[in-house]
Write a protein that binds this ligand. Structure first.
Ligand SMILES: C[S@@+](CC[C@H](N)C(=O)[O-])C[C@H]1O[C@@H](n2cnc3c(N)ncnc32)[C@H](O)[C@@H]1O
Length: 395
């Protein structure tokens, strides 16, 4: 995991950020008061990230990129989108063409690169549909896509709801499941407690435990019963109850093709390992990672790693097959990142590309923490992204 920056080393808020954060915090305090003094973490995270006009993803901060809080693989290098495009081309060939649906397209960079690469491969989708919850990022995507040649830009549409018609082709979600609001829990001798949010007598937000409600308790029980050892007292972690509805929703519209989920995460036995006693929750503020979601509310990102076993179970229940599971490094090598670097003609540009490839591939950078899972329907594969590694047995 990215090391946590001590609070004293975090950059200070600008006056505008402080004012915005105070507004978001006040609205969350009101919500807590209405709920009788406590909200679960999922509700808190949803408000902090997505409350209309207030949440981190709903208000106007830069978020992604050098001027923002974090950088994602598509922002780091075009190589990433080009490798994803190669995997899309293979899937689209098997489905006899079709569409690409991208969830949470950020600045639109991956969409732009994927379309350019697919045009070069003569494998363009009929439509490239983007489903985005952030109006602010949606506007940035439109700007980015508007810079493409019209023959590519005109294939892009923005959906304001999930597809109602069956879709044939590819579904993409890069760093989206980690941004879904999750629950937090803590293991106590009397059972699992939900770790939610209340208000301290001094007025600031504070983490508070309550007995877990039925749905969370049942989901935790299902996890604990499958672990080799009981979790130690005080062990805290996260669990995302929104994974199942998300996978089911995708399965409902995917008639034929594959879903590529690219995110940082682990198989369950590693996710809930006794040594990971503080969980996987991370906040990102101006390129520093830290673990206090109750600070800088509304002006920092909050994420939790993906339990890929949960995704695989949800896929199975929804009638999708897990076609592959590998580290990002293995996936990018399988989709030809080395050849993409080698074919860059200009030596300075090639050196730059090689350095970007190292960041995408090295285990201490993004290569190992990030995984790529493919789920499919009537798409038998094998997919080239998994030519070097198949970690499905670890799920
Ligand atoms: C961490 S950013 C990743 C952006 C982009 N995929 C990338 O890799 O650069 C998370 C993205 O998911 C979007 N998002 C969060 N929840 C979503 C949901 N339920 N449906 C669609 N998009 C969502 C956010 O608005 C944002 O665009």
């Amino acid at each position: 995991m990215t090391p946590s920056t001590p609070p004293s080393m975090l950059p200070p808020l600008t006056p505008e950020e402080a004012e915005h954060s105070a507004r978001v915090e006040a609205s969350i305090r009101r919500r807590i008061a209405e709920a009788g003094g406590w909200i679960d973490f999922e509700t808190f995270m949803e408000l902090a990230l997505y409350a209309p006009g207030l949440g981190y993803y709903s208000a106007g901060s830069a978020k992604l990129g050098p001027a923002g809080d974090f950088i994602t693989a598509p922002e780091l290098s075009e190589l990433f989108g080009r490798c994803v495009a190669r995997q899309c081309a293979e899937i689209l060939a098997e489905t006899g063409g079709g569409d690409i649906v991208e969830f949470g397209a950020g600045t639109g960079r991956m969409a732009a690169v994927v379309l350019q690469a697919l045009a070069e491969l003569d494998a363009l989708p009929e439509r490239y549909a983007i489903l985005e919850v952030s109006a602010d990022l949606g506007a940035r995507q439109r700007e980015r896509i508007g810079e493409l040649p019209p023959a590519l830009a005109e294939r892009v549409i923005w959906l304001d709801r999930w597809p109602a018609e069956p879709v044939r082709g590819v579904v993409l979600a890069n760093e989206v499941l980690d941004a879904l609001a999750c629950q937090r829990f803590v293991s106590r001798p009397g059972g699992i407690q939900a770790l939610g949010v209340g208000v301290a007598p001094e007025g600031h937000l504070v983490a508070l435990e309550r007995p877990a409600e039925l749905r969370l308790a049942a989901a935790c029980e299902a996890i604990l019963s499958g672990l080799p050892r009981p979790l130690p007292e005080g062990y805290r972690s996260e669990l995302c109850l929104r994974v199942e509805p998300w996978v089911r929703g995708v399965a409902d519209f995917l008639e034929r093709g594959a879903v590529l989920i690219l995110d940082y995460g682990l198989p369950r036995s590693h996710y809930y390992h006794p040594d990971r006693g503080e969980g996987t929750l991370r906040c990102h503020f101006k390129h520093r990672a830290h673990d206090d979601p109750l600070a800088r509310v509304g002006v920092q990102d909050i994420t939790a790693w993906v339990d890929f076993t949960r995704v695989a179970e949800a896929a199975d229940a929804a009638g999708l097959e897990v076609l592959g599971f590998a580290t990002q490094a293995a996936f990018l090598l399988g989709t030809g990142i080395e050849a993409l670097v080698a074919r860059v003609g200009d030596p300075a540009a090639r050196a730059r590309a090689a350095s970007e490839a190292r960041q995408l591939l090295l285990p201490g950078e993004m290569g190992e923490a990030f995984k790529v899972m493919a789920l499919g329907r009537e798409c038998s594969g094998p997919l080239r992204g998994y030519a070097h590694q198949d970690l499905r047995v670890s799920l």
